[in-house]
Design a protein. Structure first.
Length: 369
C-alpha cells in the first residue's frame, strides 16, 4: 500500500541571513546578459568623465548615486517600455532582474525617482548619453557590422509633452489665458507659442493630420545591418530634416572616398543634392517628379544598380523609428526642452543598437565577442 503524501505547511519564515545571489536568478541565456556586458564595458571607459561630472561635489555632502547605475536604469526604462521614473523605481524595488541589471544587491535600498530629474541636466551637460551611443557604434565597427560607405537618412515627428491648451499668443493679446473654444482660430508658429514647452513647434505630418506641438528626430543608419550611426533632435520646421542630414553626412564623409546616402522624396531638393555632392556623397534620393521644377536627381544617378539597392535598404530606417515609438518613448516624449528631447532620442537609439547587436550576435556568434 503506497503512502499518501503529506500536506505541506503554508507558512513563511524569512531567513535572517541569505547567501542567494541575484546572478543565480538570471538564466544563462537571458537576452539582457550580453547587453549588460556590453554596457558595463562602455561605462567603464567613461570613468574619467563620470569623475569630472561630480568633481564639484567632492568637498562635502553625501555620496551621490553612481552614474553607471543611473544610466543602466535609464536603459531599462527604454528596453522595457516603463512609462515613468516612478514606475521604474518601483520595478527596481521588487524586480530581481532589474536589480541585477542596474547593479543593486538584493538588500540595497532604491533611490527616489527625483534622482533622475536632478541628474538629467548633469548627464546632458557632459554628453554622457551621447558617449554611450557612440560606444554602441564603436562596438558595431569593431565587429565588422558597418560598411562605412553606404547610409540612409530620414526624420520622424516626435510629439512634445504639450497640448493645444498650452498655446498662447506671442503678442499677449489673449492675456495669457487659453480661449474657451479655439476651433476655427488660425494658429501658427509666427503668432503662437506653447507655455509648457516653448521650444516645440506646431507641425503636421501631412495635410490631413492635425498640427501638434512637436520636435523632429533625425537618424543616419548604415545600410549593411541597419544600425544607427548618428542621431539628433531638432525643432520642427520645413527645412531641419535636410539641414541636419547634411550635418550628419559631413561626419561620415571621407576625403578621397565616395559614399552614398539613400533618402525619400522629402530630400529631393537642389540644396540638399548640392550639399551631398560638395561632401563627395552620392545622393541616392527618391525622385519627386511632382515638385515644381522637377526632380533634382537625374538619370546619371538613377541608372546605376547601386541606386536601386539604396532605395531598398533605406526602408530599414523605419525599423528604428518603429521600435523607438512602440517599445521606446519617442512617440511622445515626457520631457520639456530640445536638449532633453535629444537626450531621450539618443538613449533610445543606443538601446535600439544594443538590441540589434544582440540579434546579430545570435545569428553570427563571432559578433558577440
Amino acid at each position: 500500500m503506497s503512502e499518501l503524501p503529506m500536506r505541506g505547511a503554508d507558512c513563511y519564515n524569512e531567513s535572517l541571513f541569505t547567501t542567494v545571489r541575484l546572478e543565480d536568478f538570471v538564466p544563462a541565456n537571458h537576452p539582457l546578459r550580453p547587453i549588460r556586458a556590453w554596457v558595463n564595458d562602455a561605462l567603464s571607459k567613461m570613468d574619467a568623465k563620470f569623475s569630472a561630472m561630480y568633481e564639484a561635489d567632492i568637498k562635502g555632502g553625501r555620496p551621490s548615486i553612481a552614474p553607471e547605475k543611473l544610466m543602466r536604469a535609464m536603459l531599462l526604462q527604454v528596453l522595457y517600455s516603463v512609462r515613468s521614473e516612478r514606475q521604474l523605481v518601483e520595478q527596481i524595488q521588487y524586480n530581481l532582474l532589474f536589480r541585477w541589471f542596474v547593479g543593486l544587491a538584493i538588500e540595497d535600498s532604491v533611490w527616489n525617482h527625483s534622482v533622475f530629474s536632478k541628474n538629467r541636466d548633469r548627464l546632458i551637460e557632459h554628453d554622457a548619453v551621447t558617449d554611450l551611443f557612440n560606444a554602441t557604434v564603436e562596438m558595431a565597427e569593431q565587429r565588422g557590422l558597418l560598411s562605412g560607405e553606404h547610409f540612409s537618412v530620414d526624420g520622424t515627428l516626435i510629439q512634445a509633452w504639450a497640448g493645444h491648451k498650452s498655446l498662447r499668443r506671442k503678442d499677449g493679446s489673449d492675456d495669457g489665458k487659453p480661449p474657451e473654444d479655439w476651433r476655427g482660430e488660425p494658429r501658427s508658429n509666427d503668432t503662437h507659442e506653447s507655455t509648457t514647452d516653448p521650444e516645440s513647434r506646431l507641425y503636421r505630418k501631412s495635410n490631413v493630420a492635425p498640427a501638434l506641438p512637436s520636435f523632429q528626430g533625425h537618424v543616419l543608419t548604415d545600410n549593411r545591418h541597419g544600425l544607427v550611426v548618428n542621431v539628433k533632435a531638432s525643432t520642427a520646421d520645413g527645412t531641419s530634416e535636410r539641414e541636419v542630414a547634411a550635418q550628419m553626412l559631413a561626419d561620415v564623409a571621407k576625403p578621397g572616398k565616395r559614399v552614398t546616402v539613400g533618402a525619400d522624396k522629402a530630400y529631393d531638393t537642389k540644396g540638399f543634392v548640392k550639399a551631398c555632392r560638395d561632401l563627395n556623397v552620392t545622393p541616392h534620393v527618391a525622385q519627386n517628379t511632382n515638385r515644381r521644377g522637377g526632380s533634382a536627381i537625374d538619370e546619371r544617378t538613377t541608372r546605376h544598380p547601386g541606386y536601386e539597392v539604396s532605395q531598398r535598404r533605406r526602408k530599414r530606417i523605419e525599423q528604428c523609428f518603429g521600435w523607438g515609438k512602440v517599445i521606446g518613448p519617442i512617440r511622445q516624449v515626457m520631457v520639456h526642452g530640445l536638449d532633453k528631447v535629444d537626450q531621450v532620442l539618443t538613449l533610445t537609439m543606443a538601446a535600439y543598437n544594443l538590441t540589434r547587436l544582440r540579434s546579430l550576435a545570435n545569428l553570427r556568434p563571432r559578433c558577440a565577442q
